[in-house]
Design a protein around this ligand. Structure first.
Ligand SMILES: Nc1ncnc2c1ncn2[C@@H]1O[C@H](COP(=O)(O)OP(=O)(O)OP(=O)(O)O)[C@@H](O)[C@H]1O
Length: 457
């Protein structure tokens, strides 16, 4: 359950379907700003006791939702079979709950949520977003005309629009059929998180609307998504742009993991969720699955398993373990897409990771690199991208780099991992030990098993 009409929305943990609690849920983003309560989290959004201007916006937003007099809840359903791609695999929705260490059979997992984290320092912050009326959104998008439809995800339609000021915007509207179901929760989570994110490499929220459905109003990205540019256009994009995108996504992820006032795990990094500005600056978008993690939690075990086949880290799809390294794995897959020009999952539903792993291990750049580049790339950049991709898709999460390390290698500031040279690749030991001994062949087996499971849905 997320919230019901008439429920009082207050600070604290997020109620799950089974009545259990999940303090890491991004729903807290809404709760803390609406309640202005004494909840220890309240200052994390800049609350700090005194009501800030943005609190009024949240109040207006929640009031609008409650006036809908419709229940908003999570249901134990599967996504519609006709999803445009095999996205958002949610086979375990009916098991929605937070597993305890006992249940998972692992001593190191938290038995119960630890006490709430101490409030972070007060951040003076003024929102740049506002609430839009339906008539404003309709005017901007020419009544949501099909000509303005620029994207359709699993759960939302995105329309290009123009505000009276002349500014181009993207209006993301939760599809009607999804309104009463679990997606509303994701949508509100997305709003709660994106409203707090402020980085050039993250999608920029301009406002929201709750009349006639749920809407996010975002800055318009003229080139659309990386997926459409990389896989949907006849002209291959040159290596310089690909590398710029890799650097920008790494910057954005580092910000989410380390630069925000709370750690944000995106959980759905993929080419269609990377938007491109007019000068191909990438912006991480679609925060529908993103989670805030308290500082003292090394990781979190989550069900249902949600995300996109082809980008899911093995420890996540096998055990539900989520932390920064879940995103690092997906970033590695994204790098492989940029290097090879191939999709994370091809039309025969074969995984790029399974295809690339032997080539990465053999340092076979010749077969790995996108032939449409015609060998035209800067060798240092390519070598560092390949090295980071290889380390990022490591089956052991602790042997994957943190995003700041990945960034340093990409920028050429750290050459501790190099491929393609004469000497052997240096081992990349970022942390001391792993959760378990997990062999490479078992990893590939698990990937294949996961692929089979995903195809059965
Ligand atoms: N700000 C924007 N500017 C331009 N195009 C956008 C913008 N936001 C989204 N789009 C387009 O709409 C598509 C769908 O958007 P988005 O991924 O946010 O929807 P979704 O329903 O959450 O998708 P998913 O299936 O991943 O859950 C994107 O892949 C992109 O092509």
């Amino acid at each position: 359950m997320v919230a019901k009409a008439g429920d009082e929305v207050t600070g604290g943990s997020t109620d799950k379907a089974d009545g259990s609690s999940d303090e890491s849920s991004p729903r807290t983003a809404l709760d803390i700003t609406v309640s202005g309560s004494t909840d220890s989290d309240s200052s994390s959004s800049g609350g700090g006791g005194a009501e800030e201007p943005h609190t009024h916006q949240w109040r207006a937003f929640i009031r609008g939702l409650l006036q809908r007099k419709k229940s908003i809840r999570r249901l134990s359903t599967f996504p519609p079979a006709a999803s445009p791609e095999i996205t958002r695999w949610r086979p375990l929705r009916n098991l929605e709950r937070t597993r305890t260490a006992k249940e998972s059979g692992r001593g190191e997992l938290p038995l119960a949520p630890p006490p709430p984290p101490p409030p972070p320092p007060l951040i003076l912050w003024r929102p740049m977003w506002r609430s839009f009326e339906l008539k404003e959104l309709a005017a901007a998008t020419d009544d949501f005309s099909p000509e303005n439809l620029i994207g359709r995800g699993g759960h939302a339609e995105v329309y290009r629009g123009r505000l009276p000021s002349g500014q181009l915007v993207a209006v993301k509207r939760l599809m009607k059929k999804e309104m009463e179901e679990e997606r509303v929760g994701d949508f509100l989570s997305e709003l709660g998180i994106i409203a707090h994110v402020n980085h050039p490499n993250a999608a920029h929220l301009l406002g929201f609307g709750v009349e006639g459905g749920l809407h996010l109003v975002l800055q318009y990205s003229p080139h659309g998504s990386l997926a459409s540019v990389l896989h949907g256009s006849k002209d291959p994009i040159e290596w310089g742009i690909r590398f710029k995108i890799a650097l920008g996504v790494a910057e954005g992820l580092r910000y989410l993991h380390e630069g925000c006032h709370r750690r944000i795990i995106h959980r759905d990094i993929k080419a269609s969720n990377i938007l491109l500005t007019d000068d191909y600056q990438p912006q991480i978008s679609d925060f529908g699955l993103a989670k805030w993690l308290p500082d003292q939690w090394p990781h979190h075990v989550m069900f249902p398993i949600e995300g996109t086949f082809g980008y899911l880290a093995p420890e996540y799809f096998m055990h539900g373990v989520v932390n920064e390294k879940t995103d690092v794995f997906a970033f590695g897959v994204l790098l492989l897409e940029l290097i090879t020009g191939r999709r994370a999952v091809d039309s025969s539903r074969h995984s790029l990771v399974i295809w690339a792993k032997p080539l990465l291990d053999a340092k076979n750049l010749e077969e790995l690199v996108d032939p449409s580049l015609g060998g035209s790339y800067e060798p240092r950049e390519m070598n560092s991208a390949v090295a980071v991709a290889s380390a990022s898709i490591h089956h052991m999460p602790t042997l994957r780099p943190h995003m700041n390390q990945a960034l340093q290698v990409l920028r050429g500031e750290d050459e501790s991992i190099v491929v393609g040279g004469d000497g052997p690749t240096k081992p990349v030991l970022f942390d001391a030990c792993d959760l378990e001994d997990y062999s490479s062949s078992r990893y590939l087996n698990d990937l294949s098993r996961h692929r089979k499971l995903a195809l059965e849905q």
